[in-house]
Ligand binder design. Structure first.
Ligand SMILES: Nc1ncnc2c1ncn2[C@@H]1O[C@H](COP(=O)(O)OP(=O)(O)OP(=O)(O)O)[C@@H](O)[C@H]1O
Ligand SMILES: [Mg+2]
Length: 262
């Protein structure tokens, strides 16, 4: 079945403060959607809310993946349904090696009785790590513990490649990457392009989109998508910044929350 991901009227709050104020987005398999927008406009909150982070309370709206109600699923179920998030700040897990973590995650998705063989797992992991130019020792390091910023980001892409998700959300995967790593990470994403997989890529910079061409670009302000377009929109933002959109829409403060208190 072709992948379809639909967000309708999504509102979410944290500790009583509304951050997402009605997000609408429709995405088909094979498409890459970039989400851009100034700091503090709700981009990471959207990613967390979609993955079911317990801190964010969804108050309105619907989210479906291939017709299934995502909001009704727990965090684990969302992952099992094929949703994957590479976080802006990946967490460290002491005592769990990278390869153990990956194998558990893969097997959880494959289900009991259908576990990946150790040989096949190792072959796949070694292959993916090679493609990402990661030192093989990272397989045996504790998850993200002591990883440099760039190493964490590369490792998130390794997880994405191994987990074969249907919906990939990358939150600032380019932040902290050197030029070579940026290209390597982008190659990883491009290799994973597939008609059954959609990508939601949150980024501040055109430079990532020079390597990963988005089909659609959306701009978030005040907890909403305020403008959508094609790759040319990202190019214009790179050149002109956000002021022209704010002027067009009569927005003075683009961040979330302030206008409520005013
Ligand atoms: N756990 C939280 N507790 C309190 N406030 C929060 C929490 N999570 C998000 N917010 C607030 O929600 C607003 C949006 O934050 P969010 O992280 O979604 O922004 P962003 O668009 O990802 O910004 P950036 O580009 O800087 O990463 C911010 O004002 C932030 O402080
Ligand atoms: Mg963010």
């Amino acid at each position: 079945m072709a992948t379809k991901f639909v967000i309708e009227g999504l509102k979410a709050q944290i500790e009583g403060k509304e951050i997402l104020k009605g997000i609408n987005l429709e995405m088909n398999g094979g498409e890459i959607h970039a989400i851009m927008g100034p700091n503090g406009t709700g981009k990471s909150t959207l990613a967390s809310a979609l993955m079911g982070h317990p801190k964010y309370e969804v108050t309105e709206g619907t989210v479906t993946l291939n017709g299934e109600d995502v909001l009704d699923m727990g965090v684990d179920e969302r992952a099992l349904a094929g949703m994957f998030l590479a976080m802006q700040y990946p967490s460290e897990i002491a005592g769990v090696t990278n390869s153990d973590f990956l194998r558990s995650a893969i097997n959880a998705r494959r289900g009991e009785g259908n576990e990946i063989s150790l040989i096949k797992f190792i072959r796949q992991m070694e292959g993916s790590m090679k493609g990402l130019e990661m030192n093989p020792e990272f397989a045996h390091r504790y998850l993200n513990e002591g990883f440099s910023g760039g190493e964490k980001k590369r490792n998130e892409i390794l997880q994405m490649m191994m987990l074969d998700p249907k919906l990939v959300i990358l939150d600032e995967i380019d932040s902290g990457l050197d030029i070579d790593a940026l290209r390597i990470v982008a190659n990883g994403v491009n290799e994973m392009k597939h008609e059954d997989r959609g990508f939601l890529i949150i980024t501040h910079y055109q430079r990532l989109l020079n390597y990963i061409t988005p089909d659609f670009v959306h701009v978030m302000m005040q907890g909403r998508i305020v403008k959508s377009g094609g790759p040319e929109l990202a190019a214009r933002l790179e050149q002109d910044g956000y002021d022209w959109i704010k002027e067009e829409l009569g927005i003075t403060d683009e961040t979330v929350g302030q206008e409520q208190e005013a």
